[in-house]
Design a binder for this molecule. Structure first.
Ligand SMILES: [Zn+2]
Length: 122
């Protein structure tokens, strides 16, 4: 069995697709991976990404929002309640949008590494 290229596996994770075939859906709900791919049958449900996706999501959310915050916040006259609603709200929405994609990336990378996953006995 040949391994898919690293970039391909990462791209499939970003688009929440099976790391093996790129066609089947990776998640059956927001963050719950399918047990096996509906297209190619690859077993994916045993792979646990743990805290990796949360770490990458926080890293990306901060780096995406920080420039906007630094550019906009010092020069605007927003009332405090607006600032305290807009910035945390933007961070929350961005994190919710990014999290399944980073989880897809981590599942793909773990799958590509050939890890058995923490839920499957060797
Ligand atoms: Zn598949």
């Amino acid at each position: 069995m040949t391994k898919e290229p690293l970039g391909t596996v990462i791209a499939r994770g970003v688009f929440e697709r099976c790391p093996s075939c790129g066609q089947g859906k990776l998640f059956q709900s927001y963050l719950k991976p399918v047990n096996s791919c509906a297209v190619c049958g690859e077993q994916l449900g045993h792979i646990r990404a743990d805290d990796g996706p949360a770490w990458l999501t926080i890293l990306l959310t901060g780096h995406i929002l920080a420039p906007f915050l630094l550019a906009i916040a010092p020069n605007n006259a927003w009332p405090d309640w607006v600032s305290m609603t807009v910035w945390p709200g933007a961070a929350l929405l961005l994190a919710l949008a990014i999290l399944p994609r980073t989880k897809g990336i981590f599942i793909g990378l773990i799958w590509r590494a050939g890890s058995i996953g923490s839920e499957k006995q060797p």
